[in-house]
Design a protein around this ligand. Structure first.
Ligand code: PSU
Length: 232
């Protein structure tokens, strides 16, 4: 799409897992460790249904789909043990830090909306606290009382937008997402969305809902959406 056709935005909301940090790889490892107990193999088909959802909703998906003999509480307790080992090691993904620092420097209001709970969020961001401190607010869908439904419902993005002091209209808020449930949620919220999909995702399936599709945040051009250009 030509950049002249793209909406001009003034605010941005970021997903976290698989967009800012390389945690989707770790979720796959943690999940497979649990499935090993039951001699089962994690698949992309099931992972794509889980990604972006609240922790409890995502646990229900895998328990049902793989017919695991576990309650949601038992599943989440197993996750917690493995997450505590792996999540603090997570790395930033290419282009994320540059973009977040740039928007912050030019006073573009930025926020986070993630399916994560606070325990997981603390673990995942423990090495990157200063960077995550640049966001005006963080919406944790798993625990936020105003987020009634997780992604693919639009709640988290509408709540995050409403918390910007000037309460921008949805068309002025650019969402950055990596997961299909998140692209659906942004579209349902009436917000333009930059989709940075996993290489395994079916890009055609959401071509009408994502405003642009990029291989990496490194390829994002802020001026295309009316945002300040990177310093040369
Ligand atoms: O392999 C997985 N990826 C992601 C999730 C879920 O997706 C959330 C990440 O959401 P987001 O992409 O909105 O940061 C996680 O907290 C978790 O609930 C999961 O369960 N399993």
């Amino acid at each position: 799409m030509a950049s002249t056709c793209l909406p001009k935005v003034t605010h941005a909301i970021f997903d976290v897992d698989g967009l800012i940090i390389d945690s989707e790889r770790l979720y796959t490892e943690v999940t497979q460790r649990i499935l090993d107990e039951f001699g089962k193999t994690f698949t992309w088909e099931i992972k794509s249904k889980q990604m972006g959802r609240k922790e409890t909703e995502s646990a229900k998906v895998i328990i049902d789909e793989m017919q695991l003999p576990l309650t949601v509480g038992e599943y989440l307790e197993r996750m917690r043990v493995h997450k505590e080992e792996l999540f603090p090691t997570v790395h930033l993904l290419p282009g994320a830090e540059k973009l977040i620092r740039h928007l912050h420097k030019y006073k573009v209001p930025i926020a986070v909306a993630t399916g994560s709970d606070s325990h997981g969020f603390e673990l995942k961001t423990s090495r990157h606290k200063e960077l995550f401190g640049l966001f005006q607010h963080i919406v944790l869908n798993s625990e936020d009382p105003e987020v009634r439904h997780g992604k693919p419902a639009p709640d988290c993005f509408l709540v995050a937008a409403k918390r910007f002091p000037d309460n921008p209209g949805p068309e002025r808020v650019l969402v950055f997402e990596d997961v299909p449930n998140g692209v659906e949620a942004a579209h349902a919220a009436g917000m333009p969305c930059v989709w940075v999909p996993d290489p395994q995702a079916d890009r055609d399936s959401l071509a009408d809902k994502a405003t642009v599709i990029l291989d990496s945040l490194e390829m994002f051009v802020p001026a295309d959406f009316g945002l300040p250009s990177y310093d040369s």
